[in-house]
Design a protein around this ligand. Structure first.
Ligand SMILES: Nc1ncnc2c1ncn2[C@@H]1O[C@H](COP(=O)(O)OP(=O)(O)OP(=O)(O)O)[C@@H](O)[C@H]1O
Ligand SMILES: [Mg+2]
Length: 299
């Protein structure tokens, strides 16, 4: 399958499911093919579109475009890799998917990022709720270094007012287990987050992101500072997580993109050039620029 930005609206429009066309994997629909706001669930080639951007543009200051007019789907419970040269807008796009740019100064975001049929940039949508539903893991592990491992994982839950110890205990164990870290830290939950190794800290950050049970997880080069063993653990984790969570990952490692992702989107100079199934993009990309990038003959 290949999904070009110019074609995807047509394709998507042709494959919108109606009543009775249950969208597997989308809890929010109640299984009748519609979101609670009445919008129909979209499918492309039979796969549910969990998020979709339409003409998403991010401008830094007056003149620098981080991304320009990006329209692409993010498929439910799958891994989408974002690839492309440095400075081409991958991180900018990722941050726009959970309204992280709201926190920056002099950044203008236009267009739409639609989650479950609702544009997250609509004024009535609460950005904090969006960031709970759409979690983020950054390139460098960012635990609270002096807070305990336990408190690091709880941070998001405390923010939403969860206080009961037994509930927190359970959530911490589950998140650390899901992040493949529980066995290594279960006897030292009161140690500071900063006492863990880099790879463990990154898994701690993943546990922190998972604790609030996000529906979408955004990962910006999550293994770029890790050794091969820690990288492998995180890649395995991504494979397990996609059973429950929709994942978008930025990577400069083409082997990693090929190993972990179902779909790959190629970014170049602020534009999303093409998105296809990963297998296809690596074997026969449609666009010359993608071909050149993948073959290393990029000028
Ligand atoms: N906070 C910012 N203020 C001003 N310009 C920015 C900011 N963040 C990114 N940019 C610019 O936006 C463009 C896209 O940057 P972005 O960080 O999204 O690229 P990237 O594809 O993630 O690159 P890399 O692979 O190096 O991480 C670049 O021209 C960059 O200089
Ligand atoms: Mg980046």
């Amino acid at each position: 399958m290949s999904i070009r930005a110019t074609e995807q609206r047509e394709t998507a429009a042709g494959e919108i499911v109606g009543a009775g066309g249950a969208a597997t994997g989308v809890a929010a629909t109640g299984g009748n093919g519609f979101y609670p706001n009445g919008r129909p669930v979209k499918k492309i080639d039979g796969t549910t579109v969990r998020m979709e951007t339409e003409g998403l543009t991010v401008r830094y200051g007056v003149s620098t475009f981080g991304i320009q007019d990006v329209s692409m789907p993010v498929f439910d419970r799958s891994v989408t890799a974002l690839i492309g040269p440095s400075g081409c807008g991958k991180s900018t796009f990722l941050r726009a998917l959970n309204r992280m740019h709201d926190l920056g100064v002099d950044i203008e975001v236009t267009g739409a990022a639609i989650l479950d049929g609702e544009n997250i940039y609509e004024p009535q949508v609460d950005a904090v709720t969006i960031r709970r539903r759409i979690g983020m893991v950054f390139q460098k592990p960012t635990p609270f270094p002096t807070k305990s491992i336990y408190e690091n994982v709880c941070a998001g839950l405390r923010l939403v007012g969860m206080r009961r110890k037994n509930v927190l205990d359970e959530a911490v164990e589950k998140a650390l287990t899901d992040a493949a870290l529980w066995d290594e830290v279960k006897d030292r939950l009161r140690s500071p987050g900063g006492s863990l190794s880099g790879g463990q800290q990154q898994r701690l950050c993943i546990a922190r992101a998972l604790a609030v049970e996000p529906e979408v997880l955004l990962m910006d080069e999550p293994t770029s500072s890790l050794d091969p063993n820690a990288t492998m653990r995180i890649e395995q984790l991504i494979q397990q997580l996609k059973e429950q969570v929709t994942i978008v990952i930025v990577t400069h490692n083409m082997q990693q993109a090929a190993r972990v992702s179902d779909y790959t989107a190629f970014f170049y100079v602020g534009e999303m050039v093409e998105i296809s199934r990963t297998q296809q993009i690596f074997s026969s990309p449609r666009e010359e620029r993608t071909q050149e990038y993948l073959s290393g003959t990029f000028s």
